[in-house]
Design a protein around this ligand. Structure first.
Ligand code: ADP
Ligand code: MG
Length: 320
């Protein structure tokens, strides 16, 4: 079982940022209003995610760390509203690290469980506020080969911050903080609306240097903001793209954005963008791979056309 979980971990948990993504998504799914992330050593020595969500009952803690156990089951994969549904993250993390989960539900007793290199402890009483604190220490200590592939603490710490920025834009009503001994710290206070959160994450100058996008074609809607050409960047890291509220990184969408700016931006410049696609969930698969943020559209041409058309129209409307 540990072996199976370690193989799954190879798929789901590529680096510390993947752990942060999984734990933060779990906190979002638990209805948290406040999610605190602390890291040390680029997440390799410590990742701690604390939330004020509905918690895990003491009697469910053992289930939470066992394979394919999820409390988020929907029969139709397209209908799932929660971010997680595979029941793979916690057992995978527990198979390659020292994992501890402390949790309390609104009307239950606080309890704790630990998993070390796949060995699951008994559930013990603990002290905790309502919500969940998940601590991951010594990531990949149980799989030294994987540890060798890490890029160094600074690179891992910045990948972690990037994951948090991407999720934070999707959930402006949740407060996110990142702290710890790694240099990157973030504090996104509850923003109320999306544009305020975008300004917190992408810079207060972005909205005023951007054009609003709002277009629809055959039931697919695109809205958000793209930068004016003078606000472009040397890399595409400042492109934040969401499909039905989930952060994605998708080649088709990135290439459509590039195409839309082909006449207005030099080849080595990239637009800054926050773009949100909404469409019938049956027309898109956002779960192609458990960890990668690829998407597969039923009609890629329609999506490309919509993005290119909407951005070009906005540029033309601004006389650019
Ligand atoms: P999934 O998210 O796909 O269900 P995970 O392995 O990430 O699988 O989590 C397993 C289960 O543990 C979840 O279905 C949920 O019931 C519980 N869980 C994990 N993290 C939290 C949390 N922060 N708050 C409440 N429940 C949680
Ligand atoms: Mg999950």
């Amino acid at each position: 079982e540990t072996m199976v979980n370690q193989i799954a971990a190879g798929e789901v948990i590529e680096r510390p940022a993947s752990v942060v993504k999984e734990l933060v998504e779990n906190a979002v799914d638990a209805g948290a209003t406040r999610i605190e992330i602390a890291t040390a050593g680029g997440g390799l020595s410590l990742i701690r995610v604390t939330d004020d969500g509905f918690g895990i009952a003491a009697g469910e803690l053992a289930l939470a760390v066992s394979r394919h156990c999820t409390s988020k089951l929907g029969n139709d994969i397209h209908d799932i509203r929660s971010l997680g549904f595979r029941g793979e993250a916690l057992p995978s993390i527990g198979s390659v690290s020292r994992l501890s989960i402390r949790s309390r539900t609104a009307d239950g007793e606080a309890a704790e469980i630990t998993v070390e290199g796949g060995r699951v402890s008994a559930v013990k009483p603990a002290g905790a506020n309502r919500g969940t604190a998940v601590e991951v220490r010594d990531l990949f200590y149980a799989t030294p080969a994987r540890l060798k592939f890490m890029k160094g603490e600074r690179a891992e710490a910045s990948a972690i911050a990037d994951v948090i920025r991407r999720i934070a834009i999707a959930f402006p009503n949740i407060r996110f903080t990142l702290s710890g001994s790694d240099r990157s710290t973030l504090d996104f206070t509850t923003a109320g609306d999306r544009l305020k959160r975008i300004a917190q994450v992408m810079g207060v100058e972005f909205p005023e240097n951007s054009l609003a996008i709002d277009a629809a074609r055959e039931g697919v809607r695109l809205d958000g903001h793209v930068s004016i050409p003078s606000y472009s960047r040397a890399n595409a890291l400042q492109q934040y793209v969401y499909v039905n509220g989930r952060p994605v990184r998708d080649r088709l969408i990135a290439s459509a954005i590039r195409g839309a700016f082909a006449d207005t931006l030099a080849r080595d410049r990239h637009a800054v963008a926050a773009l949100f696609l909404s469409l019938d969930p049956a027309l898109v698969d956002v779960n192609v791979h458990p960890a990668k943020a690829d998407v597969r559209f039923r009609d890629p041409g329609l999506v490309r056309g919509l993005i290119v058309g909407a951005i070009r129209e906005a540029l033309a409307g601004a006389g650019i």
